[in-house]
Ligand binder design. Structure first.
Ligand SMILES: *[C@@H]1O[C@H](CO)[C@@H](O)[C@H](O)[C@H]1NC(C)=O
Ligand SMILES: *[C@@H]1O[C@H](CO)[C@@H](O)[C@H](O)[C@H]1NC(C)=O
Ligand SMILES: *[C@@H]1O[C@H](CO)[C@@H](O)[C@H](O)[C@H]1NC(C)=O
Length: 272
């Protein structure tokens, strides 16, 4: 046989096999992954399970990873911070989401799946009828950053330098370094290792306006950041008053429209 013909035969045979397989135990295609998060942030865990018939998926949680301390999680639990979205098609796919994290959300999260027809039979040992995949979520206190308030650039071209400041005031261990970003792009040569960091705009010009961000990195925790808005003065105020003018013109126009629509011409005007 030609190699291509062999390939074709293998493919056809494979397809036939798929069609005639009557039952297949549940198996994970994708299992949830452990993560470290900060308070008030959000996390999502994914679970994708294959099997025939399509397996049922459940989420369980335990503060301490002990078999007898797991409790099932429900959509809307923890004051509606927990969401569970599951779709059953060829695979069972489920996303567990928790918003506005607190330190108490730390623990072990478990995706359980089963297509065993006797999976909910209380006489069965669930450790045999369900397969399980675990992820550990660690929630750390979000560091506090004391940052400069919004800054409005001086209107004259040769204004004094502008200093942006960020002070890391309350942070877990392992701070590595900090850097600055402008409009989402890292500013070159802005990295340092201090808890207090400054970025100086030496000769402020109108195109220095934008959204600045100081970012702190940590060894074992997610980045922390704070945003400082830097606004150009002259163009903002001008467009402001122009907006007000436009709003007034629009208002007069609308009043006129309504008047014409609802108030018919007075009779003596019609008689003329
Ligand atoms: C943050 O900065 C302000 C003034 O810039 C200061 O009064 C306040 O104490 C600082 N907060 C902390 C936690 O250091
Ligand atoms: C940051 O800390 C420095 C030194 O302690 C202080 O002078 C400055 O005002 C602080 N800045 C902010 C925004 O808190
Ligand atoms: C800034 O912090 C937010 C909230 O923690 C996070 O979602 C975002 O990815 C951070 N951005 C950067 C550039 O670190």
């Amino acid at each position: 046989m030609q190699p291509n013909a062999v390939m074709l035969a293998v493919l056809l045979f494979g397809n036939l096999m798929l069609h005639y397989v009557s039952a297949q135990n549940a198996g994970f295609v994708k299992s949830p992954m452990s993560e470290t998060k900060l308070t008030l942030d959000t996390f999502e865990l994914y679970c994708d399970v294959i099997g025939n018939p399509t397996p049922e998926i459940q989420w369980w949680y335990a503060e301490i990873n002990r078999a007898d301390s797991f409790k099932q999680l429900w959509d809307g639990a923890r004051k509606r911070r927990v969401s569970i979205n599951t779709a059953y098609g060829n695979n069972g796919v489920s996303v567990l989401g928790i918003t506005r994290l607190t330190l108490e959300d730390s623990g072990t999260y478990e995706c359980r799946a089963s297509n065993n027809p006797r999976r909910n039979d209380l006489r069965q040992n669930p450790a045999i009828t369900w397969i399980r995949a675990q992820a550990t979520i660690s929630v750390l206190q979000k560091p506090k950053i004391n940052a400069s308030d919004q800054i409005i650039l001086p209107s004259e071209t040769k204004g004094p330098p502008v200093t942006l400041q960020c002070n890391l005031t309350n942070a877990h261990e392992g701070q590595q370094e900090s850097f600055w970003m402008k409009n989402g792009v890292e500013i070159a040569d802005s990295r340092n290792e201090q808890k207090n960091t400054e970025y100086i705009i030496k000769k402020p010009r109108s195109d220095d306006a934008g959204e600045y961000m100081c970012v702190y990195t940590f060894e074992t925790a997610p980045n922390a950041n704070a945003t400082i808005e830097v606004k150009g003065k002259t163009p903002t105020t001008r467009s402001h008053s122009r907006n007000k003018q436009m709003a007034a013109i629009l208002l007069i126009f609308i009043i006129n429209l309504h008047f014409n629509q609802y108030c018919h011409p007075l009779p003596y005007l019609r008689e003329r």
